[in-house]
Design a protein around this ligand. Structure first.
Ligand SMILES: *Cc1c(COP(=O)(O)O)cnc(C)c1O
Length: 476
């Protein structure tokens, strides 16, 4: 067989596997039945010396890899944040890998550069963000957030980019967040030399939202002590409960004290495209930077995180460093390598373009609405069932809840719900995760896969009640 036919046949084989995967999720356990080290034991301890056939490789993929995979793309995956990779975006990834461009300079891929610019405009319009914001694509919210905070540090005018932060007299820099802020903010503080201890946890209200008056007093306290506020991080859709910090009040404080305001909307930002959720982005027009993850709730596979910045050039002033061999002299172009630490960049805009076109904005909105209403239905079932309780407000598509049989102390309840989660996930039928709220261990059901239906949510509810019953039976 000639080389071209070979590729066609191998691709057809992969295509059949992908199609089967998307259409027969019932053939896969959501959470694999494997013990740590078991997968590793199936693998030879070194690479083969001679080539192996594609047939053998793909067979081992099915035999070894798939059964040891936690299926994030399964419609009964409800843990962390449920996501979905649309088949069309999977194909875009194969094409992007085929072109294999390194989108660092405009001239290293005019298409990747200009499609990225166009997709950032499309996305900004879908979300209704003001035109002043310019976006770029990063791998994850962790890196996009780090990039924004690095820009915030440079904007202080302390000349840290040039002189560094050691061996000189600098004020203590402070970042304001809450206990519900995603941990990547603390990691950024570590990497940027701000220090973990200088991430201030501003107290929250009873709905897990930052309290603006507590933020104001924390800032005043720090200023009196001679410290320097560097950034405020507000979250639109926190990881534990999807609570939404009161951005308008926080933005007013940021403005008064001239502090960089970063908005982490990694998961919830997508809902900003729903007219009935316009309130979600209230105040975000005042922000300096906003992160949103299309790989969470916008149907593209890992990885794709978008950072919108008010003063986009501040990113360039923070990161641009061009060695001789990359000097290009192209006028009036964007060289995306200037806007972060990464040099070579993947052609991530391609999958956004495929998905936006193949689904269309209306269908995307309908899907998001469907997720929100299925999650609300689940919350109603939980609230109506004796011995079960909803544990947090649920503005979006994540429900925090627990099983609370009568007569258990809070320690027992925590252990009981941890055991329940273990039992539910061990079935392989559905997969959920947990968090802790005010000391209470709670289960989380996150809806976010475009192929999840009410039947899948119902299946989760049945597994939960079944496992809860058998745990109670054991105790009796
Ligand atoms: C998921 C999430 C993150 C981290 O996203 P990555 O892209 O995995 O780095 C950050 N913040 C919030 C609010 C999230 O939900």
């Amino acid at each position: 067989m000639d080389g071209q036919r070979r590729i066609e046949e191998d691709f057809a084989r992969v295509g059949r596997w992908v199609a089967r995967y998307f259409h027969h999720p019932e053939e896969f356990r959501v959470f694999p039945e494997v013990r740590p080290g078991e997968m590793l034991a199936h693998l030879p301890d070194r690479a083969p010396e001679e080539p192996e056939s594609f047939e053998e490789i793909i067979e081992d993929f099915e035999r070894i890899v798939v059964p040891a995979t936690t299926h994030w793309n399964h419609p009964r995956f409800f843990a962390y944040f449920a996501t979905s990779a649309d088949p069309v975006a999977v194909m875009a990834e194969a094409l992007a890998a085929t072109l294999d461009v390194k989108a660092m300079l405009w001239r290293t891929s005019p298409a990747a550069t200009e499609l990225e610019t166009a997709m950032m405009i499309w996305l900004r319009r879908l979300l209704g963000l003001p035109e002043i914001f310019t976006g770029a694509i990063y791998d994850t919210a962790s890196v996009a957030g780090f990039t924004a905070l690095a820009a915030a540090r440079e904007a202080l005018g302390l000349d840290i980019r040039r002189r560094g932060a050691t061996g000189r007299d600098l004020p203590t820099l402070r970042i304001y967040a809450t206990e519900h802020t995603h941990s990547h903010v603390a990691k950024a503080a570590i990497a940027l030399g701000v220090g973990h201890a200088n991430v201030v946890e501003v107290p929250c209200d009873e709905r897990f939202r930052m309290r603006p008056e507590a933020l104001e007093s924390a800032i005043r306290h720090d200023l009196r002590s001679g410290m320097k506020p560097m950034a405020i991080v507000a979250t639109v859709g926190t990881t534990s409960t999807t609570s939404v910090d009161p951005v308008p009040g926080i933005a007013a404080i940021a403005q008064t004290h001239k502090i960089w305001l970063h908005i982490d909307a990694a998961y919830a930002g997508a809902a900003g495209m729903l007219p009935e959720y316009e309130w979600l982005m209230d105040g975000c027009e005042q922000a300096d930077s906003i992160v949103l993850n299309p790989h969470k709730w916008l149907f593209v596979p890992m990885d794709c995180s978008v950072l919108f910045v008010r003063d986009f050039d501040q990113l360039r002033r923070t990161f641009s460093l061009v060695p001789e061999y990359l000097k290009a002299g192209d006028d009036g172009v964007t060289n995306y390598m200037d806007y972060g630490i990464q040099l070579g960049r993947r052609f991530r805009a391609l999958k956004l373009w495929f998905v936006f076109r193949a689904l269309g904005a209306r269908r995307m909105r309908e899907t998001l609405r469907g997720h929100i209403s299925m999650a609300a239905a689940f919350a109603t079932w939980v609230a109506a069932e004796p011995g079960w309780e909803v544990m947090a407000p649920h503005p979006l598509s994540v429900i925090c809840f627990r099983h609370a049989p009568a007569g258990m102390e809070s320690e027992q309840l925590n252990a009981h719900n941890a055991a329940l989660l273990e039992a539910v996930n061990a079935t392989g039928e559905v997969f959920l995760s947990h968090t802790v709220l005010n000391g209470a261990y709670v289960l989380r059901l996150a809806v976010g896969n475009q192929r999840s239906t009410l039947e899948d949510i119902d299946a989760a509810w049945n597994v939960l009640r079944r496992c809860a019953d058998s745990l109670e039976a054991i105790k009796r």
